[in-house]
Write a new protein. Structure first.
Length: 144
């Protein structure tokens, strides 16, 4: 049997096996929401059924912003947070853990606060944050 890993390091091989095992086990993913451009910003309509998770505190959704993937979290009745969902360590997509109010990277265990600050490595850089506001039934994320 010919190996497809000519010259691979032991670490690369084990990481590949780990990814395959996670895929087989059904790696958890964050639900996706629907956002639309509103000027230079991104807007989420909370009356849209795909965004229903953001109608209650503790809810979170992933939205595509073109050059970034953003995690939007409903922190309270009046406050939302928006940060890059991409871990600064190895570019894995973070998951939101509502009970701890933090983002967890499933790849290597990094943890981030709602402000994007690193709580636990191996990541060393904070997540990019976005200004997000809630007005009536619309969340607006400032991209600039």
């Amino acid at each position: 049997m010919k190996s497809n890993c000519s010259g691979c390091s032991r670490r690369a091989l084990l990481q590949g096996l780990g990814i395959a095992a996670l895929a087989a086990c059904g790696t958890p993913t964050q639900p996706s929401g629907t956002a639309a451009a509103c000027g230079a910003n991104l807007c989420l309509d909370l009356t849209d059924p795909t965004n229903k998770d953001l109608t209650v505190a503790g809810g979170a959704l992933i939205v595509d912003a073109g050059n970034d993937t953003i995690m939007v979290v409903r922190v309270s009745d009046t406050q939302v947070a928006a940060v890059s969902a991409i871990c600064t360590h190895d570019a894995c997509e973070n998951l939101y853990t509502p009970s701890a109010m933090r983002f967890d990277c499933p790849c290597h265990g990094s943890q981030f606060s709602l402000t994007g600050a690193v709580l636990r490595g191996p990541a060393r850089r904070a997540l990019r944050t976005y200004t997000a506001t809630l007005t009536d039934t619309t969340i607006t994320i400032t991209l600039a």
